[in-house]
Design a protein around this ligand. Structure first.
Ligand SMILES: NC(=O)c1ccc[n+]([C@@H]2O[C@H](COP(=O)([O-])OP(=O)(O)OC[C@H]3O[C@@H](n4cnc5c(N)ncnc54)[C@H](OP(=O)(O)O)[C@@H]3O)[C@@H](O)[C@H]2O)c1
Length: 243
């Protein structure tokens, strides 16, 4: 299939997990895709699989670096935001304030900078897709800092859809997805966490990066949807009383 033949895409945070799955899916449908992240070796390895994948080193929490990256890219058809180096998880009163600021810089501010300058990067007929997070969509203990970031980013989708129209801007709120995001957990603890997460959703499994990439392709390809936030969470929002 070549639904995106002749299209250019930039995936920020595209070196692993959801970003990489989205980049590969766009490339497999004909797009020329540049993945951006902070670790060159990871980006190079990710691009080895297909000639339509390119990489650029970027720390998206640095506004000047982001503007430089956009200038190097020229215009693109699709911008996908997937960067995150891990959230502040735990009871809110116990969270380290500096660590929380670091998390806000790395995800909230990175996405805000990316959106602030997106009008210069994304073609008027193009799309911007935020891979955000479902933590703000239900009451989940230990996830208050994630709820702040994801809730804020969900909230910016609608006003920016008006400001940047006719560019289409949408967000995806994933539930728990099996990606390197959780690699900081020891493997036994991660497996227990995945099992508990699977039990807490009607669809009885954790998500895969491909589940979210599928939604990214939908938003990139559909020309009549904007200002939407799509939950791709296995139905977690339907089971608010489960932890
Ligand atoms: N996995 C889940 O369960 C889950 C659930 C809800 C929401 N999400 C969201 O989904 C998005 C993608 O996460 P993922 O699960 O695919 O995790 P991942 O595999 O860890 O991917 C995140 C990518 O972002 C890059 N990155 C981190 N900080 C960056 C920065 N400042 N500038 C540029 N790139 C940066 C990382 O590479 P470098 O470190 O090399 O830069 C990494 O490749 C994130 O926004 C995450 O919050 C994930």
């Amino acid at each position: 299939m070549s639904r995106f033949a002749g299209h250019k895409a930039l995936v920020i945070g595209g070196g692993s997990g959801i970003g990489l799955a989205s980049a590969l899916a766009l490339a497999s449908e004909g797009a020329e895709v540049t993945i951006a992240g902070r670790t060159q070796a990871k980006l190079e390895a990710a691009c080895a699989a297909t000639p339509r994948m390119h990489w650029i080193v970027l720390d998206a929490s640095d506004e000047a670096a982001l503007e430089h990256c956009y200038a190097q890219m020229g215009e693109v058809d699709h911008l996908v935001l997937c960067a995150n180096a891990g959230g502040s998880i735990g009871r809110f009163e116990t969270l380290d304030s500096q660590a929380m600021r670091g998390y806000f810089d790395n995800k909230l501010w990175a996405y805000l900078y990316a959106l602030k300058h997106a009008g210069k990067l994304v073609k008027p007929e193009g799309s911007i897709t935020l891979v955000n997070g479902a933590a703000s969509q239900f009451a989940a203990p230990m996830m208050a800092a994630l709820a702040v970031v994801n809730g804020g980013l969900d909230a910016i989708v609608r006003p920016l859809s008006l400001e940047l129209a006719p560019r289409r801007i949408n967000a995806i709120s994933p539930g728990v997805i099996d990606t390197p995001y959780w690699d900081k957990m020891e493997s036994g603890a991660r497996e227990s966490f995945y099992q508990a997460a699977a039990r807490s959703v009607p669809l009885q499994r954790v998500g895969q990066a491909a589940d979210i990439a599928d939604a990214v392709l939908f938003f990139a390809g559909n020309r009549f949807v904007t200002g939407s936030v799509l939950l791709v969470d296995g139905g977690r929002h339907l089971t608010p009383n489960l932890s």
